[in-house]
Design a protein around this ligand. Structure first.
Ligand code: NAD
Length: 300
């Protein structure tokens, strides 16, 4: 049996009993990845930003009050809710965006930016996060597929023109209980056609596409990657599940980092080249990225 290399955290060994992962298994997967051509692809969810202080949807802090009623994010992040109560939905997004702007990238984000700096076009990041922290950490726009959009941008809800615009600076600071006033309403209307602007995000009752959300590009990355590292996502959305399922079907290396089990951890544990690294992104991602950066990779 291979001795655990010093670069794998001690926590891998202490955590082995809890998570069924031992350091040897992780090293085996990384070794298979070393001989598997194709880009190193990372898929992130809200969990990687949890240590920056941004609540996940799965956590208890996710709900939001409108009038006397509490809503779950899955009810609010919909075209239907926006159509029925645009000002209230905008207040929720402006508050969420203010939380994201006040947060800083953490060790997990920084490790992924360093990995891209090392691997260049042999690296690809697919993120469900709309907080922009990967870009602020240094990942490039080109190699970051923001498959659910980015809260820093708006677009016309009537689709009168193609393209996105930055959210006006005047709306950057937003309190939790703050309602839209006349001035902010005006800033949130399209200067071309007068319709409401909308956040540049994919809502739960909308479909992915390539132009805005890199749908086909993400599936194609799943077909060609030499390893997929999944961090902090619960499996509540469609494209990430498809990406992971394609990688698992190919038998390509698959590592999942999350403190909690999920459909992704089941896929990894059922795969001949997969493992579940149970724990926090800030603990695991820097270690795994260091391994991926140091190991020579066959040309893709
Ligand atoms: P989710 O809230 O459904 O799941 C979060 C996952 O992260 C869970 O599996 C949880 O166990 C895990 N997690 C919590 N803390 C972690 C940590 N420190 N390290 C690693 N993992 C940790 O989020 P999701 O799966 O990304 O999908 C739901 C939707 O939520 C997506 O559409 C996404 O756009 C949106 N969302 C984004 C943000 C953000 O941009 N930061 C925040 C909340 C929700």
């Amino acid at each position: 049996m291979m001795a655990p290399p010093s670069s794998v955290p001690d926590s891998a060994q202490t955590r082995a009993g809890e998570s069924n992962l031992d350091a040897t298994r992780l090293q085996e997967i990384l070794e298979i990845a070393r001989h598997t051509p194709g880009p190193r692809v990372v898929l992130t969810g809200a969990g990687i930003s949890a240590e920056s202080g941004i609540p996940t949807f799965r956590g208890a802090e996710g709900y939001w009050q409108v009038g006397s009623r509490n809503y779950q994010p899955s009810e609010l992040a919909t075209l239907r809710a926006f159509t029925e109560m645009p000002a209230e939905i905008w207040a929720w997004y402006l508050y969420r965006r203010a939380v994201c702007r006040a947060a800083l990238p953490n060790d997990g984000h920084r490790a992924l930016a360093e990995l891209e700096a090392t691997l260049g076009d042999r690296f690809l990041l697919i993120t469900q996060n709309v907080d922009g922290l990967h870009l602020r950490a240094g990942n490039s726009q080109d190699r970051t597929y923001q498959i659910h959009g980015n809260l820093d941008f708006t677009r016309c809800s009537a689709g009168c023109h193609i393209g996105v615009d930055p959210l006006p600076d005047e709306l950057s600071a937003w309190r939790k209980d703050q309602a839209l006033d006349a001035a902010s309403r005006e800033l949130l209307h399209c200067p071309h056609c007068g319709a409401w602007l909308r956040p540049h995000v994919l809502w739960f009752d909308e479909c992915y596409d390539e132009v805005r959300y890199r749908f086909e590009s993400s599936l194609s990355a799943a077909e060609s990657c030499g390893i997929l590292l999944i961090v902090g996502t619960s499996g509540a959305t469609n494209l990430p599940m498809q990406v992971a399922a394609r990688v698992a079907e190919r038998g390509a290396p698959l590592i999942v980092v999350d403190p909690e089990p999920s459909p992704f951890t089941d896929m990894a544990e059922a795969s001949p080249a997969g493992c579940f690294a149970q724990g926090l992104a800030g603990e695991w991602v820097p270690q795994i990225c260091a391994e991926l950066a140091n190991k020579p990779v066959n040309p893709s």
